[in-house]
Ligand binder design. Structure first.
Ligand code: ATP
Ligand code: MG
Ligand code: MG
Length: 569
């Protein structure tokens, strides 16, 4: 299903395949750090990595938790990430676990390679390519140099292999305090690329790790962990965002200098290549776990899965579908130039899917009572309404009709010109799925506010147009006696600032939209909504797409997206 897209990465993959890479050796990984929930940017990366895996027979994508920062990581994030990756790649919900996905490989933790990574460090020490450095973090910063000036060699750079081996082992045995020593690669302090200036490979952190417990008092750095994990898993294409372009020389250095066979790496035809692509930026929101975490911690939103959050869990709660998100990822494509995607592109993808797949229902947000004076008081009827006007496979639902109904207050005017195709005093309108009514009277309270309408219905207009005249407008309604009371959560953009992160001098929270959530009490839904089990959005006709909040919040609906405003009032 990702095969209808093309981009420069898939072109490189196809080239590798045409040059002899076995399709089953084609392997990617999605490597989240479990320090937060996944967001739409991660969705782009997942779709891309999985689309590569779909390219070859037997090719796979691994999920690898990049868990080398024990302080910031948590089990809840691991669980959430697993669930979100599965949900995103499982459009038809046929897979119960990641393993059931056709192109899924294995789930791994970078921390499960700690022993191999440590052995790789020993190899480098033995080759004279790594040393234990005892500079303080401040000294390290001072000697690193700048973009224009080279750094200075550490005074510990010429320690002997024996001394380095002893110190590394002592580090590993927990004999030192945090920050006392580091293990550094011995590359080139004069390199124009700061990442190559004797980068740190290991640091001491005497802290519990969620996977390895207290076994390891030292932790490998991302730039050392990542290439080794990739090689050990037999990754052929290691895809990452552009900010890692400058890290690629170090990635390749590790690939060259470490003997992976000695570490038990699988027999891959070639070592992994790192390819960078532009990260996704979306306006009116932020896509960074660190920033999203602030919204959660400062209780600006109601947790990571708040429907306003650009997290996969938040978007799912709001009724965005996996299909829509995959479609969005294909629409935006994969390039090497940074751009900001307009949030309307995302909403477009959501609407396109829901227009096809969301069953229809009627809900009145701001009810105005209508009495149909020529409809018998003791009568009610069950009307058949299509669940989907374009797709008969959806079947029908029963919509009760009776003498008293509610319409949208906005759908009535005492006077209006022809452009107003709704109900006007003295004129006719069609009630969706029911009859044509004519407004004969408009009742006001002492203050002049309209409180009730009196209408007459034409009993020959159920499911057909009157023969002698044209009735243009159609409005939605609910039967008063049968309506279900609803509370609607209407969402607006989380930020009113289009690019909340653009100005580094200003805290991004300054750009928040104070009205990102509007709660509408007293809405009325058609009777069939009492049976809505949730899980998938509905289209409230003429209003928007909504999804039931779930059994903990009965009667609450979240607005997924408004309908495009096509029927100008
Ligand atoms: P964040 O800054 O939100 O924490 P990250 O890059 O630190 O993001 P990781 O968990 O390390 O998050 O990322 C896992 C994968 O997702 C990486 O390969 C990363 O490049 C990719 N990724 C993260 N953010 C984006 C984005 N906005 N667009 C595309 N890919 C992204
Ligand atoms: Mg990261
Ligand atoms: Mg990050």
């Amino acid at each position: 299903r990702h095969t209808d897209v093309h981009n420069f990465i898939l072109a490189r993959v196809d080239k590798a395949l045409s040059e002899g890479l076995a399709p089953s050796a084609l392997r990617t990984r999605f490597p989240p750090e479990p320090n937060g929930f996944l967001h739409l940017g991660h969705a782009k990366s997942i779709c891309l990595n999985y689309s590569v895996a779909e390219r070859g027979d037997g090719a796979t994508m691994n999920l690898r938790f990049d868990d080398t920062n024990p302080e910031k990581e948590e089990q809840t994030y691991i669980d959430a990430i697993r669930e979100d990756v599965l949900w995103l790649l499982n459009e038809d919900a046929s897979a119960k676990q990641l393993d059931d996905l056709p192109s899924f490989g294995v789930e791994r933790f970078a921390s499960s390679y700690f022993e191999e990574i440590y052995q790789a460090a020993r190899q480098l020490v033995n080759k004279g390519l790594a040393f234990v450095c005892s500079l303080t973090p401040e000294e390290m910063t001072q000697t690193r140099g700048t973009l224009t000036a080279p750094g200075q060699n550490s005074p510990y750079r010429e320690r002997s292999v024996e001394e380095n081996m002893q110190l590394l082992e002592a580090m590993r045995n927990g004999e030192f305090d945090d920050g006392q020593h580091t293990l550094r690669a011995k590359i080139d302090m004069a390199s124009p690329n700061i990442n190559m200036r004797d980068p740190i490979l290991y640091r001491i952190r005497r802290t519990e790790h969620h996977q390895t417990g207290a076994i390891w008092p030292i932790f490998p750095m991302y730039d050392f962990t990542h290439p080794i994990s990739d090689a050990l898993e037999g990754i052929s294409h290691s895809l990452c965002t552009l900010e890692f372009e400058d890290h690629r020389p170090l990635y390749d250095w590790v690939m060259r200098e470490v003997d992976f066979e000695a570490l038990g790496a699988p027999d891959v035809p070639a070592l992994p290549v790192q390819i960078e692509f532009a990260r996704l930026n979306l306006n009116y929101t932020v896509l960074s776990k660190r920033k999203l975490k602030r919204l959660v911690d400062e209780e600006i939103v109601n947790g990571w899965a708040d429907p306003r959050m650009p997290t996969i869990a938040g978007m799912r709660a709001r009724g965005f579908t996996a299909k829509a998100l995959n479609h969005f990822c294909r629409m935006i494509g994969v390039t090497r130039s940074d751009a900001v995607v307009d949030v309307s592109t995302l909403e477009f993808a959501v609407r396109e899917d829901l227009n096809e797949r969301a069953p229809r229902a009627m809900c009145v947000q701001a009810p105005l009572k209508v009495v149909i004076t020529n409809y018998p008081e003791d009568r009610e009827e069950m009307l058949d309404a299509a669940r989907h006007p374009q797709n008969p496979d959806f079947g029908t639902r029963a919509v009760p009709f009776s003498r008293e109904i509610y319409i949208e207050a906005d759908d009535f005017r005492e006077e209006a010109n022809k452009k107003f195709k709704r109900l006007v005093l003295g004129k006719e309108v069609r009630l969706r799925n029911a009859y044509v009514i004519r407004c004969v009277d408009c009742i006001k309270d002492a203050s002049g506010k309209i409180v009730e309408l009196h209408c007459e219905y034409d009993d020959k207009t159920l499911g057909r147009d009157p023969e002698d005249r044209k009735v243009k407008g159609v409005i939605h309604w609910v039967s008063a006696a049968h309506a279900v009371p609803l509370t609607l959560h209407l969402y607006d953009r989380l930020f009113s600032e289009p690019l909340p992160e653009a100005n580094k001098e200003i805290d991004f929270l300054e750009g928040l939209n104070p009205n990102s959530l509007q709660i509408v009490e007293g809405a009325l839904g058609e009777a069939s909504l009492a049976q809505d089990g949730g899980g998938f959005p509905l289209q409230f006709e003429r209003t928007g797409y909504f999804i039931a909040a779930g059994p903990q919040s009965p009667g609450v609906y979240y607005r997924t997206v408004p309908l495009r405003d096509t029927w100008a009032g």
